[in-house]
Ligand binder design. Structure first.
Ligand code: FES
Ligand code: FES
Length: 192
């Protein structure tokens, strides 16, 4: 595949991340260009300088050092990078950090209560052994919470459909569905 073909298959958000100079990193280093954004991350307001080419995923991991959000494919195909943006789930590798300006981002680190108590969904994943290596787990949990909040957890089929964008190479799907079914009714009373 030559360079022109490569640029045709990437999404608009990704295309801006394509390097233009030999040896350049694809997303650039956050903070290198001085474009300022104002965001709330895990209940804390932050003013940050970001590289206009940086993805939200790279902002979270490389700039804010919130390493719970994982980089799997970096192409929107695995769900490992799932976070919440204004309460809705997004795959952070397909968003530019600049697109989060003025908005609220929640990562897996922000899901627990202020006193460190686990979110109902986090505890349910533990209770149902809904993980093996754990690499996909932060993204799975962020999607699972959104699955319940958005009303898709009323049936196994609905859960599977909503969660189909989150891949698990360890095949922990049975436990993941069980965890969501368990947590869903308890989230109703526990969420603000
Ligand atoms: S790393 Fe974002 S979807 Fe795979
Ligand atoms: S627990 Fe290993 S990839 Fe899901």
């Amino acid at each position: 595949m030559n360079r022109n073909e490569l640029q045709e298959v990437v999404t608009p958000a990704q295309s801006i991340l394509v390097s233009t100079r030999p040896g350049e990193q694809s997303a650039g280093a956050p903070g290198s260009s001085g474009l300022s954004i104002d965001i709330v991350v895990n209940r804390q307001r932050r003013q940050l300088d970001v590289d206009p080419r940086a993805s939200l995923l790279d902002l979270v991991r490389d700039h804010l050092h919130l390493m719970g959000t994982k980089k799997g494919c970096d192409h929107g195909q695995c769900g490992a990078c799932t976070v919440h943006l204004d309460g809705r789930r997004v795959v952070s590798c397909l968003m530019l950090a600049l697109q989060a300006d003025g908005r609220e981002v929640t990562t897996i680190e922000g899901l627990a209560g202020p006193n460190g108590s686990l979110h109902v969904m986090q505890q349910a994943f533990i209770d149902h052994d809904a993980l093996q290596c754990g690499y996909c787990t932060p993204g799975q949990i962020m999607s699972a919470v959104a699955c319940v909040r958005e009303g898709h957890a009323n049936s196994v089929a609905g859960i599977r459909e909503y969660m189909s964008g989150n891949l698990c190479r360890c095949g922990a799907y049975v436990g993941i569905v069980a965890a969501i079914q368990d947590a869903a009714p308890r989230m109703q009373g526990a969420e603000p």
